[in-house]
Design a protein around this ligand. Structure first.
Ligand SMILES: O=C(O)[C@H](O)[C@@H](O)[C@H](O)[C@H](O)CO
Length: 447
């Protein structure tokens, strides 16, 4: 068994987590600069330098070439392109991503570009951020600038990364930037604006495209695994996966409007008066056709058909988990892509998957990470099963390339295939990088 031909084997990063150079090249400030400078991340750490990728991108791309990476998902920092989040364009910012894209293409690495991975310009947050109904228009303006400049060389685009996070954690629980604890009603209204921004951006990309583009978004994957292969458990897992619970952490509330053009009934009923005001035509914008269902998939709950409906099966004591306390549930890679494809009718791309480990450079100068190899082998084997069972899966992006700034966790969580010394900026390929190179070379046949 192997993966489809032309399967995209990649790794993913995000601008604020790797670039550094936050006050260089005309970049404006972002909500994450403000949040970390206020000491809200682990040990008051910031992304001021991070992996210094802004200066070391050639080295990072050279490692991608060396390890045979086929594709690279990166995000563009909106404040590096429009320091005020609207109006004036910063040429130096566009130049940086020009150089990065050209370096990738020269290394035979296909660029996949994410428009927004959480670093909202501070100048827009001051004006209300995602709660401001004008922000979707500003986002479309930003998307048009990138389409004009990069769509000749970049054919794969994702609009938003994980609205569940930048809205739920950023505006409702306050764990992430900008660190607000708005009411659920305000958070859901801001979420509606974010989905509008997605739709307007898709239209702007199509209008400015200099070649046919494949466009999607990259929501959190809230996965489910049936407790058995019996139809009743499979349907219970599917129902649970698209159920809407009181919190904002779900699939359907964010994906149904984009792919089905309507908010899920269960969500409208559950959120009641907190549900957003939806103007005439909003859902037509939000559901502008896209080409793939991207998903950041790390783990899932085991679900069985209970008397009262789908119920979670408790995890047994000592179940394997990562350094982030995320349980290992590789079967989610077989079932979740199937359930997403069957609900939304689009091919699936795993836009993120990986694990946090406690990796360090040993005395012999190596970084051995057998757990990451075992983790990824298990998850990819299940993804391969999904492909063998007819689920159209077009790519897999390992989170992440170089160890980087893990948001509120600072530098305490290492997800990379490449170890980063955040003081000397020395990159050390981990054992998993060589392992992944061989997986890519065999198109996953050697798993
Ligand atoms: O999914 C996310 O939260 C983000 O997309 C990434 O930026 C994280 O760093 C990664 O997932 C590990 O938590």
């Amino acid at each position: 068994m192997s993966f489809p031909e032309n399967f995209a084997w990649g790794a993913a990063t995000a601008s604020y987590q790797i670039e550094g150079a936050v006050r260089e090249g005309g970049r404006g400030s972002s909500v994450w600069d403000d949040f970390t400078r206020a000491g809200r991340s682990h040990e008051r750490q910031t992304g001021d330098v991070a992996c210094d990728h802004y200066h070391r991108y050639r080295e990072d791309v050279a490692l991608m070439r060396e390890f045979g990476l086929g594709a690279y998902r990166f995000s563009v920092a909106w404040p590096r392109i429009q320091p005020e989040g609207r109006g004036a364009v910063n040429e130096a910012g566009l130049d940086f991503y020009d150089r990065l894209v050209d370096e990738l293409l020269a290394a035979n690495v296909t660029p996949w570009l994410t428009l927004f991975h959480w670093d909202l310009p501070s100048a827009l947050q001051v004006r209300g951020g995602w709660l401001n109904p004008d922000v979707p228009g500003y986002f479309a303006e930003y998307a048009a600038i990138l389409a004009e400049r990069f769509s000749d060389r970049v054919a794969h685009w994702m609009t938003l990364n994980e609205p569940q996070c930048f809205i739920g954690l950023g505006l409702h629980t306050g764990e992430h930037a900008p660190g607000l604890t708005l009411s659920r009603a305000d958070a859901l209204q801001a979420g509606h604006h974010a989905l509008l921004a997605h739709g307007h951006a898709v239209r702007a990309l199509r209008a400015g495209a200099r070649q046919p583009l494949r466009i999607g978004f990259a929501p959190v994957g809230v996965g489910a695994v049936p407790a058995s292969e019996e139809a009743r458990d499979v349907e219970a897992a599917r129902a649970w996966m698209f159920g809407v619970r009181d919190d904002l952490w779900n699939n359907a509330w964010w994906a149904d409007p984009v792919l089905l053009g309507r908010y899920p009934e269960e969500g409208l009923a559950r959120y009641g008066a907190d549900a957003p005001r939806v103007a005439e035509g909003d859902l037509a914008v939000i559901s502008e056709p896209t080409d793939f269902y991207g998903v950041n998939l790390y783990h899932g709950a085991t679900i069985r058909a209970g008397e009262g409906g789908p119920e979670k099966v408790p995890t047994r004591e000592g179940h394997p988990q990562t350094a982030y306390d995320w349980k290992l549930t590789p079967e989610v890679m077989r079932w979740a892509p199937r359930f997403y494809h069957e609900r939304y009718g689009l091919p699936v791309v795993i836009t993120e998957n990986g694990m946090a480990g406690l990796d360090w450079v040993s005395l012999d100068g190596r970084v051995d990470d057998p757990q990451r190899i075992d983790f990824t082998r298990r998850y990819l084997r299940e993804l391969r099963r999904a492909c063998a069972e007819g689920v159209p899966v077009e790519g897999y992006f390992h989170w992440t390339w170089t160890d980087n700034f893990e948001w509120a966790q600072g530098f305490s969580k290492r997800f990379g295939l490449i170890h980063t010394d955040f003081v000397t900026q020395v990159r050390t390929p981990k054992a998993s990088a060589a392992w992944y190179r061989d997986v890519i070379a065999s198109n996953g046949a050697n798993l």
